[in-house]
Write a protein that binds this ligand. Sequence first.
Ligand SMILES: Nc1nc2c(ncn2[C@@H]2O[C@H](COP(=O)(O)OP(=O)(O)OP(=O)(O)O)[C@@H](O)[C@H]2O)c(=O)[nH]1
Ligand SMILES: [Mg+2]
Length: 321
Amino acid sequence: VDTASLLAGDRRALARAITLVESTRADHREEADALLAALLPHTGRSIRVGVTGTPGVGKSTFIEAFGLHAIAAGHRVAVLAVDPSSRRGGGAILGDKTRMPDLTRNDRAFIRPSSSGGTLGGVARRTAEAVLVVEAAGFDVVLVETVGVGQSETAVADLTDLFLLLLQPHGGDELQGIKRGVMELADLLAVNKADGDNLARANASAADYSAALHLITPPDAPWQPPVVTCSGLTGTGLDEIWDHIVRHRAILEQAGLWERHRQGQQLRWMWSMVEERLLHRLFKVTRDLAARLEHDVLDGTVTAARAAEQLLAAFEHREDH
Ligand SMILES: Nc1nc2c(ncn2[C@@H]2O[C@H](COP(=O)(O)OP(=O)(O)OP(=O)(O)O)[C@@H](O)[C@H]2O)c(=O)[nH]1
Ligand SMILES: [Mg+2]
């Protein structure tokens, strides 16, 4: 990959760079690490927004409308995705590009489907690196979409500055099976599809979510997550969402929390990579012993603690030689 072309915003260099950081081949990994090190001084200047919500809530429609909105305001927008269930050739969140036709065509936008294969941690790490690459290529708004399944929300919250939860207008008084944990991660909640016949329901839902949120947000937190209504279809509320994103950044910067938040994310990434690689190496050198010990623990002939100790001892012994 030609670093100069990438920094100049060349799309082919950009696509190639992302393919490189997504590769699981060992020789590619080395090349990717070198590239990322070279790009590092040119990264970090975007606003990173995570977008989640249950299937059908309107994420793709929203992201297209919001992306175009940001572009009209002078920004360059990259859309990435974390979807641990995606497979190459189908099923990916952004796999069907026609679902964001106008954004796809726009030369101030870059859309990349979720990388596939491996663990959620692996997919998320590759996306985190893709964020750095698009930033180096000059994109200053990065939207990371995720499906509302598994732990992918936590992973995306950990690689973005602000986490936006899209909600359905609901009918009765039930809060639509939204997991409390996901609400706790959200910095901004938007009841989507606030248009046409849905308008009254959307407003009522926003009031309900707002009340529920008051119960879980510490009253002294510098940022109180707002609940708004919007429509990806008509564009209602997109301005307000952008204003909240800007205000969120200003407030966190004032409180000295903006950089600290990103630094905390970097440290968690570092340790999660250490964990992943250490475990990988441990399995490699202790495979037979590990299988035997698992068996013994299941049989009840060795305690879990003993087995763990033996595994680590065997690992350390092998590493020393
Ligand atoms: N009324 C209304 N309908 C919408 C809006 N946004 C999306 N829809 C409709 O809702 C359906 C799902 O929209 P998508 O944007 O594909 O939703 P999604 O959350 O990306 O769905 P998945 O990718 O399947 O999880 C489509 O039929 C859209 O036309 C909106 O703002 N208002
Ligand atoms: Mg979608």
